[in-house]
Design a protein around this ligand. Structure first.
Ligand SMILES: C[S@@+](CC[C@H](N)C(=O)[O-])C[C@H]1O[C@@H](n2cnc3c(N)ncnc32)[C@H](O)[C@@H]1O
Length: 219
């Protein structure tokens, strides 16, 4: 039986603290198949007042992007970072570990905001988090925007693309981690790296997803 008390307690009680397969340097509070959160359907979650727990998984796109950041720290070192659609905060944590000046993790799910805080603390880095839909908002001083696995549905992906292209036109670096989701932009991107990412059968149709890291270009 899942009980929702305060979000931090809920997260600690319904997850395990485990290394991410492609990014073992970073450990996260994640749902495992031994825990009830994993088994709950979207309907059951809705009944107890919870959105699907995206924050409880290290998504393939997020893992690839975090790997790329840790292996290429110059991309974020000394920069102000937005981890957009942060989920667990994996990419923001990778940026903070790689010497970013500041990192904001933004996600519409308030549970994600708590998960980001807990995960950042446990990895000994500082990541601020906010429960907001930032799409359409002006740049708040970010040099780099990280987008881990956000192209899975429309109209969300379309809204994100035109918003982020505006940032690119102003000189912001926008990096996207994506395992071939349907609504990934079809052009105007440069591929930076490719990884085979171990995933879960409960989330994906394969145990391993070939996943790219892209830089969004001006159109
Ligand atoms: C597939 S998960 C990816 C999470 C993380 N970036 C990763 O790769 O592990 C997508 C995330 O986007 C968040 N999201 C969806 N729409 C959003 C929006 N308009 N603004 C911010 N976050 C959003 C969801 O709540 C979810 O946490």
């Amino acid at each position: 039986m899942v009980r929702i008390g305060d979000p931090a307690r809920f997260i600690r009680e319904n997850t395990e603290f485990l290394p991410s397969p492609l990014v073992p340097e970073i450990r996260l509070h994640v749902a495992s198949d031994a825990l009830p959160l994993w088994e709950m359907t979207e309907e059951e979650l809705e009944q107890v007042g919870l959105p699907p727990p995206f924050w409880a998984f290290a998504w393939a796109g997020g893992q690839a992007l975090a790997r790329y950041i840790l292996d290429n720290p110059d991309v974020v070192r000394g920069k102000r970072i937005l981890d957009f659609g942060a989920g667990s905060g994996l990419d923001g944590i990778a940026a903070a570990m790689s010497g970013a000046t500041s990192v904001l993790g933004a996600d519409v799910d308030p549970f994600s905001v708590t998960a980001i805080r807990l995960n950042a603390e446990m990895n000994n880095v500082s990541v601020l988090s906010v429960a907001d839909d930032l799409v359409g908002m002006p740049n708040q001083g970010w040099d780099v925007v990280l987008v881990g696995d956000m192209c899975y549905e429309q109209p969300l992906a379309g809204r994100i693309e035109s918003w982020l292209r505006g940032f690119v036109a102003d000189g912001v670096t926008v990096l996207i981690g994506d395992p071939g989701r349907t609504y990934l932009p079809k052009s105007g991107m440069e591929r930076l790296a490719t990884y085979n990412v171990e995933t879960s059968r409960a989330l994906e149709d394969n145990d391993v997803r070939r996943t790219n890291v892209w830089r969004l270009l001006k159109k």
